[in-house]
Design a protein around this ligand. Sequence first.
Ligand code: SF4
Ligand code: SF4
Length: 205
Amino acid sequence: MAKPVVQKRYTLTERVYLVEILKGLGITLRHFLANFAASLKPGPHTVPTTWQYPEDRREISPVFRGAHMLLLDEQGREKCIGCGMCARVCPAQCITVERGKVPEGEEEEYAKRYAKKTFSAVFRIDLLRCIFCGFCEETCPQNALALGPDYELARPSREECLLEKPRMLENYRRAMAAGGVHRPLKPVPVAEAGPAKGGAGAQKG
Ligand code: SF4
Ligand code: SF4
C-alpha cells in the first residue's frame, strides 16, 4: 500500500520565497569571496577547490595502480623469468610474454642483464584492455612486476598504448629516481616440502 504523503508546513518567509532566495545568494557570495581570497594566496594550488592540473598535482596513494613496471634486482638485472603466469591470470588477456633462454656458452654475458637463466624476450601489455586489477602483480612468483604511479596514459594512437618492455623498465627507473617503489611487495609464499608419501619420513599408523 502506498505511504501517505506528509505535507510540509511552510513558514511565511518560505512561502514568500524572497527571503529564501536572498539566503541562497548569501551562501553563494560567501563561497565566492572565500575562494577568491584563497586564490590570491601563494601556494601549490588555489585552495579550496580548483587544482591547476598539470601544474598542480595531488599526491597519489602508495598503492595506486598505474602503468606497469618491470623490476630490477639490486644488481640492476631483470627479475622477470618469462614464466607467463601473469599472462595466464590476466582477466583482460592483455599480456603477451615470450620466454627467452640464455644460449649455451653465453651465460656470463647474459648474467649481467638477467637475474635467472630464463627471461622475457617479449613482454607487452595492451593498456587499452588492461583494467588495472593488479592480478598480474600479485601472481608473479619473482616479484618482478608492479603497477606503478604513472597515470598519464593517454596516447594519440592505439600502437602507443601497447606498453612494451623498454617502457616498463623505464617506468621502474623513473619510480626509483622519484623516491622508490612504495608498493608493499608481498613476499612470495614458499610451500615447505613435506615428507613424501610412503617415504622414509612417513608415519605408520
Ligand atoms: S592489471 Fe589486471 S588487467 Fe591489467 S595486465 Fe595486470 S592482470 Fe591484466
Ligand atoms: S612478470 Fe612475473 S609472472 Fe610475469 S612472466 Fe615475468 S616472472 Fe613470470
